[in-house]
Design a protein. Structure first.
Lengths: 99, 164
């Protein structure tokens, strides 16, 4: 089970590929890709977005469902999804919790 | 404290203009990320885990009040109100937007500061005791030597692409 992630070109924000080719700011809203073919399709959408100057550094990352909520598997990705561990007042963790 | 001469001011302004054009070309799609990455790194701009990061040099750890106020202004205006001073006497802003970085470099140039050679395999910021010139037990003031080293190492072609 994978999600496609990148950073937004303009401001560097961590984003995930959501539904309809949009880039979302919350991992919980990320579209889930299962199997090699789906992941390749997701990466192709991401690479197109790179060519359109929307995002940079597209790659796929492992996710799992915890109580129906999308959660990154690796610690690195959990930190990216939350914000700096040394500054809990900054990053996504400091914004209104929703979704 | 060393003051920029006409050459220094012109050089830093030219470099800022050059980077402004590079950012414009990147946002317009004329440069790919692969092409742009070495250019932004030469100007101290990284893309890190959470956002862009701009590293600004503080040559031999010496700042005057005007420069310190400018750093605070940049933190408030273009970042999240703070910066990290590093052990190698730089300051890092952790949340700048790509589109704002040319303006930040312009503002830095107004107070004789820049982000050149704060990244990459080159001679980095020249460091010294931050109490240089102020310590009562100082034997010799290292700042003139540090400034000579800074000038010698800035854009030195033999030391711009060192191995790792």
């Amino acid at each position: 089970m994978k999600a496609i992630t990148a950073n937004r070109l303009l401001n560097g924000d961590v984003v995930w590929l959501g539904e309809n080719g949009s880039w979302v700011e919350r991992v919980t809203l990320a579209r889930i890709f299962e199997g090699k073919d789906q992941v390749a399709e997701g990466l192709a959408i991401g690479q197109e977005a790179e060519r359109n100057q929307e995002v940079v550094g597209v790659y796929d990352m492992g996710v799992t469902l915890e109580a129906g909520v999308v959660v990154p598997v690796r610690l690195r990705e959990r930190i990216r999804a939350a914000g700096p561990t040394t500054h809990p007042q900054f990053g996504k963790q400091a914004q209104a919790v929703s979704a | 404290m060393y003051r920029y001469d006409e050459f220094d001011a012109s050089f830093v302004n030219q470099r800022t203009e050059q980077f402004k054009d590079q950012v414009r070309r990147r946002l317009a799609g004329e440069l790919s990320e692969e092409e742009f990455k070495p250019l932004r790194l030469m100007n101290g701009l990284y893309l890190q885990l959470h956002a862009y990061m701009l590293r600004v040099a503080i040559p031999y750890g010496t700042l005057n009040g005007r420069q310190m106020r400018k750093l605070a202004h940049i933190a408030r205006t273009y970042d999240k109100g703070y910066g990290h001073f590093t052990t190698r006497q730089n300051i890092q802003f952790n949340w700048p937007k790509l589109e704002d970085t040319p303006k930040i470099l312009e503002e830095l140039a107004e107070v004789e500061m820049h982000a050149i050679q704060t990244s990459g395999n080159c001679i980095r910021n020249v460091t010294a005791d931050h109490f240089a010139g102020a310590a009562a037990d100082e034997i010799a003031d290292p700042r003139p030597y540090a400034e000579i080293l800074r000038q010698w190492s800035s854009l030195h072609p033999e030391f711009s692409f060192l191995p790792r």
